[in-house]
Ligand binder design. Structure first.
Ligand code: TYD
Ligand code: MG
Length: 456
């Protein structure tokens, strides 16, 4: 068989192909991302289909009403957080990409899942670690050892091994280490990642086996490899968190089988990842004494209500330009809140250093946290503590007004569940609220001034 040697130039960022080298990719605008890749058509792809299956499948036009809704028997895993982000368990034949920075805990999460899934044939394919390393990790995180492992990176060889096994779930750690013998570029290059993902896509659809592909993320947070990867898979999950904290968040970026507003929370322990089913409890510090500069916000992360402690420190500045630092909160938003407090309330923040911090290394983009941050700032400014039985929810506008936020019922219900006595919300949120359902006292206010009067 004559092999045809072919090279192509492809952008390592977006996957666009060029016939000659260019310095800047026209499609995504990145510089120096176009690399020559040798694509050699060699081996034929391995055919994993049973020989009896008819090669020809006919597709005809039909009425939607005649289509039988396939009852998808999802695999419900013992990991409730994972079930939640997948939209209620693993869909058979689905291809899921899990992206995250190196060292965040992707291998731990999925090895743990493989070990905990009883009565299922799970194959964990690792191109990153040796069998001994996997064994060591497994001994640390679980008592059982019931998982099939394969340390192979050649996709066609993997398909050969899987052929007679009929696994219920396959985990690939990671897509960047795989290589397909059908094309000749190096593992981790755009062409290889695209080819390997394509092969797994065909495999998962034709054998109706769910496949998880673990993928590394680049420094700027995008999924390494081409954007096309995201289009080829059914679901994209992102595993994120601050390396210095123990909390990890599993987020849905795309899901053909459920909502993308879902979120799973884990804590990295000595013996693997622990599911955090009630996040509010860990994000609020239980303390005896009352300190100034602390307030509790009722936020939402995706569809999940979460109460989180916000901390502020306001101190006299010794520099002409005072310092402003925010961890877990947008710095521009902090500057805006300070300007509002200065202009509308007459507080002299201009000569103060201001530091804001959210508990647990969690990042919150929900604007409803504004009111709690403002109150923490005022509390530190006045050096007067806010009672730990009050929590806050509301966006702050430029004139110091407290604006309505979404999903107010869920936030109030969460605060109520956790035993808070009072929650301060926007007057504009009060309409249509059935307050008799809650034990918590709901106080509606329309201006920051009113909240200040109430607290101090
Ligand atoms: P790992 O799953 O190897 O990350 P990834 O696959 O995303 O690159 O996790 C690596 C980190 O997790 C490592 O720094 C050690 C830590 N870890 C624990 O704290 N406890 C554990 O039980 C395990 C297995 C790992
Ligand atoms: Mg890993």
């Amino acid at each position: 068989m004559a092999t045809k040697l072919k090279t192509t130039y492809s952008c390592q960022n977006c996957g666009t192909n060029y016939s000659k080298w260019v310095g800047k990719c026209n499609a995504c605008g990145e510089w120096n991302t176009v690399v020559e890749e040798v694509i050699q058509k060699g081996e034929q792809p391995f055919d994993w289909k049973p020989k009896s299956a008819s090669a020809k499948n006919t597709v005809a036009i039909k009425r939607l009403s005649e289509v039988q809704a396939a009852t998808q028997d999802r695999i419900i895993t013992p990991d409730q957080e994972l079930n939640r982000v997948l939209g209620g368990g693993i869909v058979p034949g689905s291809l899921v990409l899990v992206a995250g920075e190196p060292g965040i805990g992707k291998s731990t999460l999925f090895l743990q899942l493989a070990l905990e899934l009883k009565n299922k044939v799970v194959v964990y394919v690792s191109g990153e670690e040796s069998e001994q390393q996997i064994k060591l990790r497994a001994d640390r995180i679980a008592t059982s050892n019931e998982v099939l492992i394969l340390t192979e990176t050649n996709t066609q060889a993997i398909f050969h091994q899987l052929q007679d096994l009929h696994p219920d779930l396959i985990i690939i750690d990671s897509i960047q280490t795989l290589h397909s013998p059908i094309i000749d570029s190096t593992p981790g290059s755009v062409s290889q990642i695209r080819e390997c993902t394509g092969e797994w896509q065909r495999f998962s659809k034709e054998t109706n086996t769910p496949v998880f592909l673990i993928g590394h993320i680049t420094k700027d947070g995008s999924i390494a490899g081409p954007k096309v990867l995201e289009h080829m898979v059914d679901t994209v999950l992102q595993f994120e968190g601050d390396q210095h904290y123990t909390y990890r968040i599993l987020r849905t970026l795309k899901n053909r089988f459920g909502s993308t507003a879902e979120l799973g929370i884990y804590e990295m322990m000595q013996n693997g990842l622990r599911q955090v089913n009630n996040p509010s409890e860990i994000l609020i510090t239980q303390r005896e004494e009352q300190l100034s500069g602390i307030s509790i916000a009722a936020t939402m992360e995706g569809m999940r209500p979460m109460l989180i402690e916000t901390q502020a420190l306001v101190s006299q500045s010794h520099f002409s330009t005072p310092q402003r630092t925010a961890t877990g909160f947008d710095l521009r938003r902090l500057n805006m809140l300070l300007a509002v407090l200065e202009k509308r309330g007459g507080f002299a923040f201009g000569t103060k250093d201001v530091f804001v911090n959210l508990a647990g290394g969690i990042r919150v983009d929900d604007p409803a946290i504004d009111l709690a941050i403002s109150c923490a700032l005022l509390s530190s400014y006045e050096d007067k503590a806010i009672s730990p039985t009050i929590c806050f929810v509301g966006e702050v506008g430029l004139s110091g007004e407290i604006r309505a936020v979404n999903r107010i019922d869920q936030r109030i219900a969460e605060a109520d569940k956790l035993g808070f006595e009072k929650i301060i919300i926007s007057t504009y949120n009060k309409k249509g609220l059935d307050l008799s359902r809650y034990n918590i006292e709901v106080i509606a206010m329309s201006k920051l001034e009113a909240v200040y009067q109430f607290l101090f």
